[in-house]
Design a protein around this ligand. Structure first.
Ligand code: PMP
Length: 467
């Protein structure tokens, strides 16, 4: 790779050993880890990453849905280095502040829907969601409605892994053998057009989901419910597409019951669907709160933010007299180096027209991926713009899944990786969530690789007796 990085030589054997002995990886399958150890990614540039052996891959997952402006952006590195040497860290508690955090808050208020003008910083998506629920509870306590505590989430939602965020998460396998705060959360059905009840049209399915929300409110009582939280498109749960109009109708029901609507835009924000924020531009909703992370800094530094409406802020910021302090936040709330990275990242998104690129290349990616439907295991190809997934099935008509032991997602990902493309296997899904700088030419290259990868997967599944 040719960008102007200082070259470092790694001792791969030594690193593998240390990794195996000491690094507990998040979301680790220990059966595979003990056997295979890790893949060391050591270099990156633009749409590519390189492993320790010097193999180059197209990054089909933007790191982890986050490197929106692509890898190796020297100007983000420079902005971070400048800030780190000028003033790497100082508290933002007790009315102290720093210039990047202040500038970024103002910039986010400018970019967000017009009623969201106040920013609470955190360290990533989980902490943004966690902090949000504390703020929501605080808000209702201060309004004199202390019973409004319950949060409505959805099956297969992903909101993170701090205690509260994990409790909001509705992916059963993610919480396997972990505890959750069940007294605070109720999970409604996921909105999943592909696997909707067979006899229902999309419109009837939408009615059904809205009815379910109304029944839950009736059962639990609106006096006991604080908020509904939803990703505009469920990401880690499988890029699940809701029926047309779903979010706006869910929001209307929430509003009628004084239930706050929280949009978790950790994945959908910062261009992935062609806009800085998808809630209003794509889904016609005006959330009371939008949470962002990932693409906010394109992963160059950890950062999350909760964008809060004027109406909520008015309550949160009402003076309480002596002792009445908004006592929540993190050492790293508004970290100057992370905020400097985010400001430069946003400047690049605007300067290079990255949202426009997604609006142009995104529909092309969708169309080209749909050509993969010819493969025997490809049951559904779904998503929007640069947030796509392919669901593998044993039978396209019945939508029956392959057995878990077939590890179909892992097989497709391994076949793609052999051919120079990294995608993300999640169970029987193949997820594609690239940096937002892919061109049509890259899409053609990627789809050609995937075509071979799905063909090879079908052959290997047949050889092993799964098809
Ligand atoms: N919300 C959503 C929608 C996410 O996809 C994620 C991470 N994939 C999170 C929250 C949690 O973010 P983090 O891993 O930065 O804590």
């Amino acid at each position: 790779m040719t960008n102007n990085k200082t070259s470092v030589t790694y001792d791969a054997q030594d690193l593998w050993q240390k990794d195996r002995n000491h690094f507990i990886h998040p979301f680790t399958d220990f059966s595979l880890f003990h056997e295979k150890g890790c893949d060391l990614i050591t270099n990156s540039e633009g749409i590519y990453v390189e492993d320790v052996r010097g193999n180059r891959f197209i990054d089909g997952i933007a790191g982890l849905w986050c490197v929106n402006v692509g890898h190796g952006r020297a100007e983000i590195g420079q902005a971070m280095a400048d800030q780190a040497t000028r003033m790497a860290y100082f508290s933002t508690f007790n009315n102290l502040s720093n210039a990047p955090a202040t500038e970024l808050a103002a910039k986010l208020a400018e970019l967000a829907p017009s009623h969201l003008n106040h920013v609470f910083y955190s360290c990533g998506g989980s902490t943004a969601n966690d902090a949000t629920i504390r703020l929501v509870h605080y808000y209702f306590n201060r309004l004199g409605k202390p019973t409004k505590k319950h949060i409505l989430s959805r099956n297969n939602a992903y909101h993170g892994t701090t205690y509260m965020a994990a409790s909001l998460t509705g992916i059963a396998s993610n919480n396997w053998e972990f505890d959750t705060l069940d007294h605070l959360v109720t999970h409604l059905s996921e909105a999943n057009c592909y696997r909707r009840p067979e006899a229902m049209t999309e419109a009837e399915y939408c009615d059904h989901l809205v009815d379910e929300l109304e029944s839950a409110i009736e059962r639990i009582g609106s006096d006991n419910i604080a908020a509904f939280i939803a990703e505009p498109i469920m990401g880690a749960g499988g890029v699940l597409m809701a029926p047309q109009g779903y979010h706006a109708r869910m929001q209307a029901v929430c509003r009628a019951n004084h239930i706050l609507y929280i949009a978790d835009e950790v994945v959908t924000g910062f261009g992935r669907l062609g806009h800085f924020f998808a809630s209003e531009a794509v889904f016609d909703t005006q959330p009371d709160i939008i949470n962002v992370a990932k693409g906010l800094s394109s992963g160059y530094a950890p950062l999350g933010a909760t964008l809060i409406s004027d109406e909520l802020y008015a309550v949160l910021s009402t003076p309480q007299g002596l002792g009445g302090v908004l006592s929540t936040g993190f050492t790293y709330s508004g970290h100057p180096v992370s905020c400097a990275a985010a400001l430069k990242n946003i400047e690049i998104i605007e300067r290079e027209g990255i949202c426009e690129n997604v609006r142009d290349v995104g529909p092309y990616l969708e169309r080209k991926l749909k050509t993969l439907a010819v493969h025997e295991t490809v049951g559904d190809i779904r998503g929007s713009h640069f947030m796509m997934a392919i669901e593998n099935v044993a039978d396209k008509t019945t939508k029956e899944l392959l057995p878990v032991e077939a590890r179909v997602g892992d097989r497709v990902a391994a076949e793609a990786q052999k051919r120079g493309l990294i995608i993300r296997p999640v169970g029987h899904l193949s997820i594609i969530s690239p940096p937002l700088i892919w061109s049509r030419q890259v899409v053609d290259e990627v789809v050609a690789i995937l075509d071979e990868a799905f063909a090879a997967t079908t052959l290997s599944l047949k050889a092993d007796g799964y098809l």
